[in-house]
Ligand binder design. Structure first.
Ligand SMILES: [Zn+2]
Length: 114
C-alpha cells in the first residue's frame, strides 16, 4: 500500500521531533562539558589536551573522586588523565591507572575543578 501524503508528513514530523530531541540531548551534554577546564596539561610534553578530546570516566563508586577525565594531547597525541577530588583518592586512582597502563605511557594530572 502506498503511503498517503498526510502519512508521509506525519512521519516527517516524527523524524523532526526525534532530531530535535537528539539536539537537545547534545546541548545538555555540552552544558556539562562546559564545566570542564578548557584543556588539561600533557605530562609527556607539557602540551595541551583540548576539552574537545575529553572523555569523562565513570567514577561511580570511587570515594572522594569528583571527576576523572582523559584527554588527547594535541602536541604529541598522548593520553592524559586528569582527576579531580580528594587528593588521597585522586593519587590512589592515578596509581591504579599507571599500573594498568604501564608507567610512562600515560600522563597524569591532578586538576582542581570549580
Ligand atoms: Zn603531549
Amino acid at each position: 500500500m502506498k503511503k498517503s501524503k498526510s502519512q508521509k508528513r506525519a512521519q516527517k514530523q516524527k523524524q523532526a521531533k526525534k532530531t530535535l530531541a537528539t539536539k537537545q540531548h547534545e546541548i545538555n551534554r555540552k552544558k556539562k562539558v562546559l564545566k570542564l577546564p578548557d584543556f588539561i596539561t600533557c605530562n609527556e610534553c607539557g602540551g595541551r589536551a583540548p576539552n574537545s578530546t575529553f572523555e569523562v570516566l565513570n567514577t561511580k563508586g570511587l570515594d572522594g573522586i569528583d571527576l576523572a577525565l582523559t584527554g588527547i594531547c594535541s602536541e604529541c597525541n598522548s593520553a592524559t588523565i586528569a582527576i579531580s577530588g580528594d587528593p588521597e583518592a585522586a593519587s590512589a586512582m592515578m596509581a591504579a591507572f599507571s599500573e594498568e597502563m604501564g608507567e610512562g605511557k600515560i600522563g597524569l594530572e591532578a586538576v582542581k575543578l570549580s
